[in-house]
Design a protein around this ligand. Sequence first.
Ligand SMILES: NC(=O)c1ccc[n+]([C@@H]2O[C@H](COP(=O)([O-])OP(=O)(O)OC[C@H]3O[C@@H](n4cnc5c(N)ncnc54)[C@H](O)[C@@H]3O)[C@@H](O)[C@H]2O)c1
Length: 416
Amino acid sequence: MSIGIIGLGYVGLPLAVAFAEVGEDVVGLDSDQGKVTSLNESRSYIEDVPSETLAGLSGRIRATTDYADMADCEAVIVCVPTPLTGSREPDLSYLRSSAEELAKVLSPGQLVVLESTTYPGTTRDLLAGTLAAGGRVAGDDFHLAFSPERIDPGRTDYTVRTTPKLVGGMTPACTARAQELYERICDRVIPLSGPEAAELSKLLENIFRSVNIALVNELAQLCDRLGVDVWEVIDAASSKPFGFMRFEPGPGMGGHCLPVDPFYLAFTAREHDFYPEFIELAGKINQSQPLFCVQRIERVLNDDGRPVNGTKILILGVSYKGGVGDVRESPALKIIRLLSELGAELSYHDPHVPELTDTGLSNSELPEAMAAADLTVIVTSHPEFDIPEIVAGSKLLLDLRGVTRGLDDAEHVTRL
Ligand SMILES: NC(=O)c1ccc[n+]([C@@H]2O[C@H](COP(=O)([O-])OP(=O)(O)OC[C@H]3O[C@@H](n4cnc5c(N)ncnc54)[C@H](O)[C@@H]3O)[C@@H](O)[C@H]2O)c1
């Protein structure tokens, strides 16, 4: 029997490939007909999954938009988006509609696993509740578990196989079934007491990063006032072999997870009359970091005798992190918007992002773009960037990622 995967994005597609690579037949379902057509023609739209990999899987992944195709799968894994609404509350509409469609075709004895990041209680309340249509009981008539995705796009040192997988089922039998499923593609699967522990551990992992990034971002702002090099301080503290973990400041937090997930926990905490100030404070500091970066840009220009208005500014790297083309929640977008409101003439270079649709800008090529710009700002550093060449080719350079450290400090280079 095949494995069904609902939602073939950054999470679902690599998972489909992992199962297909160990010989499983996979039926992938996505509501986006364009993605389904691409996959059935072995054309990938995710950077971490080369088209050649899809072509080499001998047709073991079949894509569809029809939920009826899930009925014959032994297991169905749900990887749909869990974003925030405009008022920064959990938007479970994708999950709800997917669960409603799945409930219509669920077969007796099937295993359903949710991988989408969400607040504790979602699997038990929303998913089990919706799938219970017609009097079905999770644990008796079908198996249900939560298993958080831990993928880090662009990362090659840890893979689906080598990253330990957590599973928490509605009953011990649900957990055991989910454990057996993931042991086919992961070296280590860790069973937990239930879905809530698995849901919350994923949020802890991301909130841990969010809080620590906020801490160093705040430190960077303080160091700026004190005239101390924040990078030297972080390097120095990192020499301690225990009790310290290195995090680096930057232009702010981006991506689909870190800026979003803490709000999921804050939401559920509020429902229990609990106000997690620590988590909210970290979100606030990280969201204000692009504003601080714009102030730095204004100061760099001021020192050069220029206003922002009418100045040509080149942004290097607009995705939310190096090596990927994902611009969701990227701080570069906020920086570009703020600078354009101040009248800057903007351009950007990013080998992973051909166009920034909302801004009307498209990728400019180096070194011409640097030669034309009054100021170049490194917002996201991609592995392909030749930093010495960028230092040599720019008239004025602001480095928000600390990647120019260790090079001969040229007078025209400033760092966060
Ligand atoms: N991207 C990451 O690095 C990452 C890491 C860990 C966890 N997650 C979590 O995994 C989940 C998925 O994230 P993603 O980055 O893969 O999102 P994505 O947007 O890349 O992919 C989700 C896919 O689901 C499809 N979809 C939406 N509604 C659907 C429906 N009702 N039925 C079928 N398909 C539907 C979309 O068309 C899209 O292709 C989210 O909860 C996210 O928080 C993401």
